[in-house]
Design a protein around this ligand. Structure first.
Ligand code: 6R9
Length: 652
């Protein structure tokens, strides 16, 4: 039974302990949009400011003069807010619980005091290796505490970090290093995921060949799988464990302006190469910490676990910055949900008495598919609240999460947001919002969503359309690194004066928002965001490929799978072998997350007479829905469609 229309009212226990009830939500929301200056001026005080701000909001969505500034004359330091500020009151409290890939390896509990020393040492190592305020540092680390130390160390000295997900290939890493010009890269000997080793340092070495800008590679010893003594790049490689010993355990935090950059994070768009989304210091941290507190109803003493990887924005805002700014205990998990088996998440919940658990629909669907027997041996009694992020959650998965994992005791916060938004924009608040399975529900404070039709009209009442946001919020990205024009064109040109999200959305009779997925050429594979153009350009870089078109198709576990149509060079012959070769090629070009699920060799692609590939048709065929291919009469050669239908790759 699905419960898409059922309403789950807020349970009394949740209401009693939560920060925000329905009434507070309504009055705070109203104030936040009517008087953003006053509202955010007040809530900005949740941080420690070295020099308080006198201006709060200075933003314009006006095309083409988009400019976003929050707290612009305030001075603060993010690492001081996330670490030093807590030393007096909670120095001995655990800041980070680290749960390793292998359940037999002991977990680590890092207190705020220890975190302070580690961040200072890391900062000093960066300084000793020539990193200065304003420099970019690329971080290519697995899910180990050092990734948080490195992020906070950059923030401490005013360096701008750019984390590259450790699952990306050497090729992708090199592109991102070059784009932001990092002279320093931080990596580890190896990563460990599901018992498998990931050769990070080796990938960095390969990347260096294409990224001559790099002067230093700082190597954290993790698995011991590579001896940093045997530096493969003399004069470049730095053994972190040795360097750490040689520096002082304290380091004064740099005074940063609220609008100084904090980090760059590359994300996929519908065209071109990944964009360096730039977030700044003050507004980002106000927003990340405030959403973390209210959305997850985080109270002192709670143990909070977000299963994302720090290589994605969710890890930035809701493993590291938001929780630590709030003095929380945040759990960092190195492994995967299925290792050693599908009970692992629940065992970790029991082991560390996790109260708040935040994961992605793809993981929920995979665990649901593995069977309830993996829940049976675990108690999960500590859980109080469940969260979901990354893609729309289908009602079946929602129900299973709610009924089986949370035993109908734990509200689910389905949080909609994006790399660009810095923090959660549409979400229930556990004590305030009645839930509907599959709806992200209502906007967070200060967020004004609207739905647009194809002609650029704002739609009222219950409606479906493209989701835009009408005014700025403090966590919003400020620009695309090095390309402000692309920023303005990408987000503010489709609907002038409004931020375009790229998502389609429905608003129901109760004003609840239901995100329906991307309306552009971005696909969402296991919660990982990918531009079809990126996969296409990886495919056409193979010498045997002349043309490629990539679309998403519905996939039971991943949400969307990657379906590739490939036209070969004259004289090349299609074969299963070539299919494997192309799959491997894409993995090496981008990374395993971009592995094609289906490759169909096509002698021709459906094109308009002006040469545009008609993706609508390719999507339909990939979805196995060729009853209704729409109008094909504008195609240059309508015959290619028959061949495509004939040779479609059936669902595995
Ligand atoms: C945080 C994150 C952003 C895209 C976004 C949308 C999809 C994220 C969602 C959701 C439905 C949710 N998305 N959360 N769709 N319901 N709760 O995932 O950032 O990697 O940039 O992806 O993910 O399509 O536009 P990012």
């Amino acid at each position: 039974m699905t419960t898409a229309n059922k309403i789950y009212t807020v349970p009394d226990e949740v209401k009693q302990r939560s920060f925000i009830d329905k009434h507070a939500y309504q009055s705070m929301y109203q104030e936040s949009v009517e008087n953003p200056e006053g509202f955010w001026g007040e809530h900005g005080k949740r941080l420690h400011w070295i020099k308080p701000y006198s201006k709060v909001k200075n933003t314009s969505f006006e095309y083409p003069d988009v400019s976003i500034k929050w707290y612009e004359d305030g001075v603060l330091n993010v690492s001081q807010n996330c670490v030093d500020r807590h030393l007096e009151t909670r120095g001995d409290q655990t800041a980070i619980i680290w749960e390793p890939d292998d359940p037999e390896t002991p977990a680590k509990h890092i207190t705020y005091k220890q975190l302070h020393e580690e961040v200072c040492r890391f900062a000093n190592v960066l300084l000793a290796n020539g990193v200065k305020k304003g420099d970019t540092v690329t971080i290519y680390l697995p899910m180990i505490p050092e990734v948080a130390y490195a992020m906070l160390a950059c923030a401490r000295i005013g360096a701008v970090h750019s984390i590259v997900f450790a699952g990306f290939s050497a090729e992708s890493l090199a592109g991102r290093i070059e784009d932001c010009g990092s002279k320093v890269v931080i990596t580890a000997d190896e990563g460990l995921r599901g018992g498998k080793r990931v050769s990070l340092k080796k990938n960095v070495d390969t990347a260096l060949k294409h990224a001559p800008v790099v002067e230093k590679v700082i190597i954290v010893r993790h698995t011991g799988g590579l001896d940093p003594e045997m530096a493969s790049n003399p004069g470049i490689d730095v053994d972190y464990s040795r360097a750490r010993e040689e520096v002082a355990p304290t380091c004064a935090p740099e005074e940063m302006n609220a609008e100084d950059p904090l980090f760059i994070l590359y994300t996929s768009g519908s065209t071109g190469k990944p964009k360096g989304v730039l977030h700044t210091t003050g507004g980002y941290l106000v927003y990340a910490s405030m959403t973390h507190q209210y959305v997850f109803d985080y109270h002192d003493g709670d143990v909070y676990w977000c299963t994302a990887d720090v290589g994605w924005v969710t890890g930035h805002s809701y493993i590291v910055y938001g929780p630590l700014a709030n003095g929380a205990t945040t759990l960092m998990f190195e492994g995967v949900p299925s290792y050693p088996d599908a009970a692992r998440f629940w065992q970790v919940v029991d082991k560390h008495d996790v109260n708040i658990f935040y994961t992605a629909p793809t993981a929920i669907r995979a665990l649901m598919g593995a069977g309830d027997k993996f829940l049976d041996g675990t108690s999960r009694k500590s859980l109080r609240l469940l969260g979901s992020v990354g893609e729309p959650i289908n009602p079946e998965a929602w129900d299973w999460y709610y009924e089986k994992v949370g035993e109908e005791r734990c509200p689910i916060v389905d949080t909609w947001w994006q790399t660009e938004t810095g923090g959660i924009l549409i979400t229930p608040l556990p004590g305030a919002t009645d839930l509907k399975a599959g709806s992200a529900t209502l906007p967070f404070f200060g967020v004004q969503p609207a739905l647009m039709d194809a002609d650029g009209n704002v739609l009222d009442g219950p409606a479906s359309g493209n989701l835009v946001i009408l005014d700025s919020w403090p966590g919003q990205m400020r620009t695309i690194f090095g390309d402000h024009e692309r920023f303005v064109e990408t987000y503010f040109s489709a609907y002038k004066g409004k931020y375009f999200t790229g998502d389609g959305c429905r608003r129901d009779d109760d004003g609840y928002y239901w995100i329906t997925g991307r309306v552009d050429d971005v696909i969402n594979v296991s919660g990982h965001r990918m531009g079809t153009a990126e996969v296409e350009s990886a495919l056409v870089s193979h010498p045997k490929v002349s043309e490629a078109a990539v679309v998403g198709y519905p996939h039971d576990i991943k949400g969307q799978g990657i379906y590739c149509y490939v036209t070969l060079m004259e004289g090349e012959v299609s074969s299963d072998e070539l299919r494997l070769e192309l799959r491997k090629w894409v993995r090496e070009e981008i990374g395993p997350i971009a592995s094609p699920d289906k490759i169909q060799f096509a002698p021709g692609l459906p094109k308009t007479r002006s040469g545009k590939i008609m993706r609508r048709i390719l999507r339909k065929i990939a979805e196995d829905d060729f009853s209704n291919l729409g109008d094909t009469s504008t195609l240059a050669d309508p015959g290619v469609v028959d061949d495509l239908v004939e040779n479609r790759q059936h669902k595995a």
